[in-house]
Design a binder for this molecule. Structure first.
Ligand SMILES: [Zn+2]
Length: 215
């Protein structure tokens, strides 16, 4: 069977409904995509005074319902098909504030969690951002300890849960000078801060964060 027939059958048997207006279409219809693109705020998030993360920017506000639904479906319902929707959101973004000599790095998942989930949502987003920005991707940052899911913990517990779990293991590339860390959501900032700390400890000079949404 050709791919088109498979796609047609799939649509017939498993119709998709726009998460926002509920019409039968894609996971996000064109009208609702345009509507959320108009809501992009590119806000720089106020960071704590002493931080290893030099700057953090979000494309959207997580308080925006459509955006948070898409992120949750992507991450917890394991809907890899949503990659196309995120591609549209990222490619329609104005990201000219990113300086060209950065490398893009996803916030890593522990290999066990990645096996359970089947993919790392941050890595998928990082690949899209790297493609959009024409930057190289570097995946030498690893999560060495299997931890509880951050979303299930409170603020202080989030920090403790992540202590020393990230390590930079240089495989074949040199330690980059400037890193653009990618994650889906920025909530308390504990995850990105720990990643930035691990990167600075091996000699990375500048760490910026870029996320789909701020919590
Ligand atoms: Zn819609």
């Amino acid at each position: 069977m050709s791919g088109n027939v498979v796609g047609w059958l799939k649509d017939l048997l498993f119709p998709k409904f726009c998460v926002s207006c509920k019409q039968e279409s894609d996971w996000l219809c064109e009208t609702c995509l345009q509507a959320i693109l108009n809501l992009k705020d590119y806000s720089s998030i106020d960071n704590q005074a002493v931080s290893n993360l030099d700057k953090i920017t979000a494309l959207f506000d997580y308080g925006e319902n459509t955006v948070s639904k898409l992120i949750q479906m992507f991450k917890y319902n394991y809907l890899i098909e949503l990659e196309d929707v995120f591609r549209k959101m990222i490619f329609a973004s104005r990201l000219d504030f990113i300086i060209k000599d950065f490398v893009v790095m996803p916030v890593p998942l522990h290999p066990r969690r990645e096996r359970e989930r089947g993919f790392n949502q941050s890595e998928i987003l990082a690949n899209l951002f790297a493609e959009k920005l024409g930057l190289e991707i570097n995946k030498d940052l690893h999560r060495a300890v299997y931890t509880k899911q951050q979303a299930k913990l409170s603020g202080v517990a989030r920090r403790d849960n992540l202590k020393d779990v990230f390590v930079f293991r240089q495989i074949d590339k040199i330690v980059p000078e400037k890193v653009l860390l990618i994650d889906d959501v920025y909530t308390t900032g504990a995850t990105m801060e720990e990643c930035a700390k691990a990167l600075k400890s091996v000699g990375v000079k500048v760490v910026w964060g870029l996320v789909m949404a701020r919590g």
